[in-house]
Design a protein around this ligand. Sequence first.
Ligand code: ADP
Ligand code: MG
Length: 237
Amino acid sequence: MSDPIAAARADGRTLLSEVESKQLLHDAGVRVTQARLATSAEEAAAQAEEIGFPIVLKVISPDIAHKSDVGGVVLGLADADAVRAGYDSMMAAVRAAATDATIEGASVQQQAAPGTEVIIGTTTDPQFGPVMMFGLGGVLVEVMKDVAFRIIPIEPRDARQMVREIQGYRVLEGVRGQPPADIEALEAMILQVSEFVAEHPEIAELDLNPVLAYADGAIAVDARVVLAEPEAVEAGG
Ligand code: ADP
Ligand code: MG
């Protein structure tokens, strides 16, 4: 699993798993909760002991894009016994909700402290090529379409503007006595992702949803990379 893109290509897949996506981003210097693949409750518990608690388990399946929709995310597992039980109950829930899905196992990762949820992502526009997006997590992006876009590659000035032009910027500035989010850390992550995607034209889509923003720093806790169809890359588009 040293090169997740090559591994996906070899399998004829365009969707990288959370574990693979985070490995790529970590290697590119983006701060993520690194995730390890476990294929049994026992293995998950052993990995959790090494990683440290609290632990989050998530289903790994090429057929499941939105893990929490099918009961495929379990937060707040405090010890090895909780991880074992959480693994089995999560798998039962996912099998019931997504009957036909192929399940490879679960990702095991540390639970990050609560923060303000933002989304950093990229898509490919048929006309403009790779495009960077930034927004606040949850309903603000999904319902209000409160999102900033820029064509990749972007410059530091673009990252500064993107963060400030969304309506949700006021939330990042700090509301109701909450400390402001680390805007510079978010700008730096936007720039890192822009650079990473500019260097990898075979990436069609990338989603860090959510990134947790803190008073000091930020970390991506979910990641999804989608590759372009191989013909599209050869054709240069
Ligand atoms: P989905 O496939 O449903 O988008 P996510 O991996 O985004 O699954 O997990 C769902 C939610 O669980 C996230 O929006 C976040 O609030 C929380 N979460 C996921 N992973 C972590 C983590 N490592 N630390 C803290 N919270 C997490
Ligand atoms: Mg997510």
